[in-house]
Design a protein around this ligand. Structure first.
Ligand code: SD4
Length: 306
């Protein structure tokens, strides 16, 4: 078994999510159940303004959520630009399990969720609304590096210093099966209708049970353009370590940018079939959380190009 079971996830807030996933994994549960349980933690966290309820809205004030999930058999499901439903990862799982489709969007996704027993909620909290109104004063829409950290210093950040970014989670259960989940409210103050990489299989998340899994965070457009998570898994298939695979995927993005992607953040996180893991980002400041039988609250600083 070695390093298994294990769960890893993006950013330091992944620690709490990992611990929820660990409850499933440490009692012999399935990786799929673990990643769903884990992803639900930041989705419900009112202090987290980039996932689930309390996520920052689009530029018109609508909170629209993206998520996807993938299991060891290659089954997958997602929702994109979904409003009013607070656990997109669970809706993504239902899309996977109950429909012949992979991705439901917008009103159709909300309708499907409601038909399956989810309640509609206002996802915009007073805090997020305040941040949006602050942003509206300049309405300067430009994706930025670790955007939430830049606009808000740890001192004034609504929700505190650990308030940033998408969660991507990868788990291997005791049976050796791999699953992954990814959930986000997307780039803060995005254009209405904008969908990032996070609900797109192959971009924000990919799992191949023979090889490993990968997930991403940062500017989703770049990840979609480069089919990032699929690329990371394919590189691991060719023998790259998880870290080397993530670095190569990041390099592909950087190489295509005339300015060397100096103002762009993308990070990848990956795990292979053996339970070895690694990450790489364009910019400093990316971290990830690792949880296994040895330690349940490890945070590792991701290496980066800059
Ligand atoms: C997106 N990758 O929607 C996600 C969100 C993110 O920094 O990670 N933002 O593009």
């Amino acid at each position: 078994a070695g390093n298994k079971p294990i769960v890893i996830s993006t950013w330091d807030f992944g620690v709490a999510a990992n611990q929820a996933a660990w409850k499933v994994l440490s009692t012999g549960g399935r990786a799929l159940d673990a990643v769903e349980a884990g992803a639900r933690i930041p989705e419900a966290d009112l202090k987290n303004h980039s996932v689930g309820v309390a996520g920052y809205p689009d530029r018109d004030g609508h909170v629209t959520l993206d998520a996807c999930i993938m299991d060891e058999k290659g089954n997958c499901g997602g929702v994109a630009a979904m409003e009013y439903i607070d656990h997109p990862i669970s809706v993504a799982r239902l899309v996977m399990e109950k429909t012949p489709h992979v991705l439901l969007v917008g009103e159709g996704a909300t309708q499907f969720a409601v038909e399956n027993g989810f309640k509609k909620h206002q996802l915009l909290t007073p805090e997020s609304e305040k941040a949006w109104k602050e942003w509206l004063k300049t309405a300067n829409y430009k994706p930025e590096i670790n955007i939430e950290n830049k606009h808000f210093t740890p001192a004034n950040m609504p929700g505190g210093p650990n308030n940033h970014d998408t969660i991507g989670m990868l788990a291997i259960d005791a049976a050796g099966n791999i699953s992954g989940a990814c959930t986000t409210s997307g780039m803060a103050f995005k254009l209405r209708g904008r969908v990032g990489d996070s609900p797109i299989i192959g971009a924000g998340l990919y799992v191949d049970n023979e090889v490993g899994g990968a997930t991403s965070t940062g500017v989703g457009e770049e990840v979609i353009r480069n089919v990032g998570s699929f690329l990371v898994v394919e590189l691991m298939r060719q023998g790259y370590t998880p870290e080397d695979a993530c670095r190569e995927a990041v390099n592909r993005i950087v190489k295509k940018k005339a300015d060397g992607a100096k103002d762009l953040q993308v990070g990848f996180l990956a795990i292979n079939k053996k339970g070895e893991y690694g990450a790489y980002a364009i910019q400093k400041g990316f971290s990830y959380a690792v949880c296994n039988a040895e330690k349940q609250d490890l945070i590792i600083k991701g290496k980066s190009i800059y």
